[in-house]
Ligand binder design. Sequence first.
Ligand code: CP
Ligand code: NVA
Length: 303
Amino acid sequence: MKKTRHFINLSDFEPAVLKSILQNAHELKKRKFNPPQIFNGLSLAMLFDKRSTRTRMSFEVAMKQLGGHTIVMNKEESQIGGSESIESTAKVMSRFVDAIMSRMSSHDALTELAKNSRIPVINGMTDKSHPCQIMADLLTIEEHLGSIEGKKIAWFGDSNNVSNTFVEAAPLFGFDLVLAVPEALHDKVPAGAHVTADPKEAAKDADVLVTDTWESMGQEGKSLDMFHPYQVNGDLMALAKDTAIFMHCLPIHEWEEVSEEVAKSKASVIYDEAENRLHAQKAILAWCLQDAGVEVQQDSFDF
Ligand code: CP
Ligand code: NVA
């Protein structure tokens, strides 16, 4: 039987497939003001059990610009927040729409949703990973610095869903990733990743400095003391390459994980990164919806 085109973990993919999705994202960005109506008649359901600005807006605008429709369900307002099982929800949603984007805290719950769904399920972030974010980040890096291969990406602060996904992406895209994370958290870092407790070592000659909140959603109130040496500030940026860029998936906790000076500097590409969620989302949706007849023409592609 044909496999449903879920987008759950980057590690589920061959590098060539992810690279072609990225190429399509570049292509669709070029057609920002002339979007091809490839999602005509198709619908996406979005299921949330956590807050979101970028993920919700980018999926909604992506579907609509390309001719499709969306329906948003917050967990507490739908039966899945009551007693309906994930299995039943997936089976019912499969009868109404063409794809599901889900932001569920539990990665196991997302996997269960996909297992029971006849239509593609997209990971809009779990406590374990955030693959759509990393596709947008790689798009942004390619735009600013060219090919991602061989670049040094330095991560600072917590070991979380976003850093986990950079760890998954590094061998697939061939970049060097160094995670500067407090020693006490090294056991949270996925096996095989290059981890250090020294932020200066990570920043040295880096092409990209990236961080995220020290307190992900659901972890509110934890002590942040151990993270202070990992703030991305002017001192750390000075150790990186002259061409280095600063990235953050947003939202920023002002001004904990990054100084205001760096977040607002010329090196900061955080709003390009946010916009690129839209273009990456279009390309991810197009890949997921191929069995519904969706195709992106690449004849003008020249990145
Ligand atoms: N970066 C990101 O996923 O943002 P939202 O939480 O606003 O969707
Ligand atoms: N690590 C953050 C990312 C938010 C987009 C969180 O999980 O809250």
